[in-house]
Write a protein that binds this ligand. Structure first.
Ligand SMILES: Cc1cc2nc3c(=O)[nH]c(=O)nc-3n(C[C@H](O)[C@H](O)[C@H](O)COP(=O)(O)OP(=O)(O)OC[C@H]3O[C@@H](n4cnc5c(N)ncnc54)[C@H](O)[C@@H]3O)c2cc1C
Length: 344
């Protein structure tokens, strides 16, 4: 049996952020993921300036696709409002693999199933023993399922159901578009351009409200696809996939003995826009700090709302305007973002 101090289950943003801090502090840590990276993750790939800061990311050195949006186009009914701000898009396929590699953690491919308490630690699938266990396995995290489900039952009214597709597409409109409550969808739909001919489109809404209204997410998708075909993405073919996750509700127990849950495993996506990458990163870091420094594992400073972050970036934008398509103006002192990196 392999024995380590810290075992992390899941190599998404939560797991890799915890891993980075632990590895840098010299901890004996192993990360298990059922997939090999790079792996597909259904996600629009919108990240905020807070995420960039938290990850200590040098945008100029990021080796993959990244677009900086100088505004969001928000649609509500017949209203279409440009919201000047600073937001970014990445491809999760690239971003997650980059984060995991950057963390320097040792990774093994393993689909975790059974977790048993063993003294002050845990035994995982009879093959791994650890003192500390970090659950970062997303919505279906086995650490949540084995140790936290009964203490922290998920609130069905906060379950989000999604359909999305990321395709190679030579988009012409470089703005990020968000349509709220279109055709009665209790949620929103999105069009998120990625650099270098990729595009992510999708819809997400409250599962229970869709069901109670006698609606179906697929009907909403058909409406959305028709709308895209009539305008922004004529002739594009979509074959969307679905995924479900939970917005932040009451999270009573996030640590049980030496086990922690982070990110989607704890249901931390923001209540207003379903932003989950930032909360996953911060909660992963807080779990690592609790292990390293013996401080309590608390989620008080893990954001529950995204609108405040967008508002802060509006102020940044006002202070340092971007050129069209997210390119910084020449003489701004930094390299351009948006339509810049060519590597596939
Ligand atoms: C369609 C859609 C669009 C979204 N768009 C955005 C967006 O634009 N911006 C944003 O901030 N958030 C968005 N989110 C939310 C965001 O994707 C998640 O909140 C975020 O990925 C959570 O990160 P995580 O590290 O907790 O989990 P994940 O990223 O889900 O990573 C979990 C990892 O655990 C692994 N794993 C799972 N089970 C096991 C197991 N049994 N054994 C071993 N490994 C396992 C998985 O393979 C995976 O690599 C979106 C979500 C969806 C569904």
């Amino acid at each position: 049996m392999r024995s380590v101090d810290v075992l992390i289950v899941g190599g998404g943003p939560a797991g890799s952020s915890a891993a980075r801090l632990l590895t840098r502090a010299g901890a004996d840590v192993l990360l298990l993921d059922r997939e090999t990276f790079p792996r597909l993750k259904l996600c629009a790939g919108w990240i905020t300036p807070e995420v960039v800061r938290e990850l200590d990311m040098d945008l100029d050195a990021y080796p993959h696709r990244l677009v900086t949006f100088p505004r969001l186009r928000v649609h509500y009914g017949k209203l279409s409002i440009p919201v000047p701000c600073v937001q970014h898009s990445i491809r999760r396929f690239e971003f997650d693999a980059w984060l995991l590699e950057r963390s320097g953690v040792q990774v093994e491919q393993h689909n975790v199933r059974e977790i048993l308490a063993d003294g002050d630690g845990f035994i995982v699938d009879g093959a791994y023993r650890c003192r500390y266990l970090i659950g970062a396995g997303g919505t279906r995290c086995p650490v949540y399922r084995n140790l936290f489900k009964e203490l922290n039952p998920r609130a069905h009214e906060l379950q989000i159901v999604t359909l999305e597709h990321e395709i190679e597409y030579r988009w012409e409109d470089p703005d990020c578009h968000l349509w709220f409550c279109d055709e009665g969808l209790p949620g929103y739909s999105w069009y998120v351009p990625k650099e270098n001919g990729w595009l992510n489109v999708g819809i997400g809404g409250f599962a229970e409200r869709i069901k109670n209204a006698g609606q179906d997410i697929k009907t909403h998708w058909a409406h959305f696809a028709g709308k895209l075909d009539a305008g922004l993405t004529r002739g594009a073919h979509y074959d969307p996939s679905g995924y479900s996750y939970f917005l932040r509700g009451r999270v009573d127990v996030v640590r049980r003995d030496n086990a922690f849950i982070t990110g989607d495993a704890a249901g931390l996506a923001s209540r207003d826009l379903g932003e989950g990458i930032g909360p996953a990163i911060r909660s992963g870091m807080r779990a690592a700090q609790a292990i390293l420094d013996g401080v309590p594992y608390r989620l008080d400073d893990v954001t529950g709302m995204s609108v405040s972050s967008i508002a802060r970036s509006m102020l940044t934008r006002a202070a340092r305007p971007l050129g069209p398509y997210g390119r910084r103006r020449a003489g701004d002192g930094g390299a351009a973002h948006g339509l810049r990196h060519d590597n596939q």
